[in-house]
Design a protein around this ligand. Structure first.
Ligand code: ATP
Length: 264
């Protein structure tokens, strides 16, 4: 459903800081794929998501979504069918608005109705139901400003808002990376539940190898702008951290080194 064909991207071309990140990168994402992406520092993981979202234009190559060439489609137009959650809990929600106002905005968008600020009892019921499934106590804080929430509560809210109108593709860029381990588990559980229930095609960048192996149906390992491993199905189900690191070594002829990688 999403095809990246022969993508090339160089930052600061023609300057002493020239940095060729991608040189002929191709990727085919299938409908319903939940892909986890890991890789060394600077491998191009965030750039890959930014290229899909239209934040960063490509120098060459094509991007197709459902057979339609979206290579030149601007970010704001892609936002209509792409949901995103970033590492920074400050992004994705409006801090000076309350939880229910934020949800109301996303709900209006999801239902394709004009912006309605009226928070009816029915809407409140719906929001409470959404939030009470998450063990973060958000359902009790509907009338509070988002800026007073914890990082985990904000990420959960952002995730709910990003998926309220089922996106064609959900991009998660280390969305639990700034959370404490316990909260990260809750947000990851919520992610898995939403992705599964809504059957959302998802690409998730993570620095946690264990999460990358456990979550999703397909795992990509990136290194120096290339996808060096693409593991799926039974092979992924049987994968362990040790096996994954060994496989990387076999393919690359070097040990996997990454400063921020969490092995468990
Ligand atoms: N907007 C930009 N302008 C210039 N260089 C950039 C830009 N975005 C990324 N880069 C460079 O492109 C390369 C890939 O960066 P990217 O953030 O995609 O890597 P990553 O795999 O997500 O790394 P990390 O795991 O460290 O977050 C890096 O060398 C980075 O410095």
């Amino acid at each position: 459903m999403l095809v990246l064909e022969n993508i090339s991207k160089t930052f600061n071309a023609g300057t002493p800081n020239e940095n060729r990140v991608f040189d002929g990168l191709s990727l085919e994402v299938n409908e319903g794929d939940f892909i986890t992406v890991i890789g060394s520092n600077g491998a191009g993981k965030s750039t890959l998501l930014n290229i899909i979202a239209g934040v960063i234009p490509v120098d060459g190559g094509k991007i197709y979504l459902d057979g339609k060439n979206i290579t030149n489609l601007p970010e704001y137009k892609r936002a209509a069918f792409i949901g995103r959650v970033f590492q920074d809990p400050m992004l994705g929600t409006s801090p000076s608005m309350t939880v229910e106002e934020n949800l109301s905005l996303a709900y209006s968008r999801a239902c394709n109705i004009s912006l309605r600020w009226g928070l009816t009892a029915k809407k409140r019921q719906i929001f409470k139901r959404y939030l009470s499934n998450i063990s973060l106590g958000l359902e009790e804080r509907l009338a509070e400003k988002v800026k007073s929430l914890s990082g985990g509560q904000r990420q959960a809210l952002t995730l709910i808002m990003a998926t309220m109108k089922k996106p064609r593709i959900l991009l998660l860029d280390e969305h639990t990376g700034a959370l404490d381990p316990k909260t990260a588990i809750i947000v990851n559980d919520l992610t898995e539940r939403i992705v599964k229930e809504e059957k959302i095609t998802t690409i998730m960048v993570t620095h946690n190898l264990e999460d990358a192996i456990r979550m999703g149906n397909r795992l990509l390992m990136m290194h120096h702008g290339k996808i060096v491993l693409d593991i799926r199905g039974k092979e992924k189900a049987a994968m362990t951290i040790e096996r994954l690191l060994k496989k990387f070594e076999e393919v690359q002829g070097e040990k996997f080194a990454e400063d921020r990688m969490m092995l468990a």
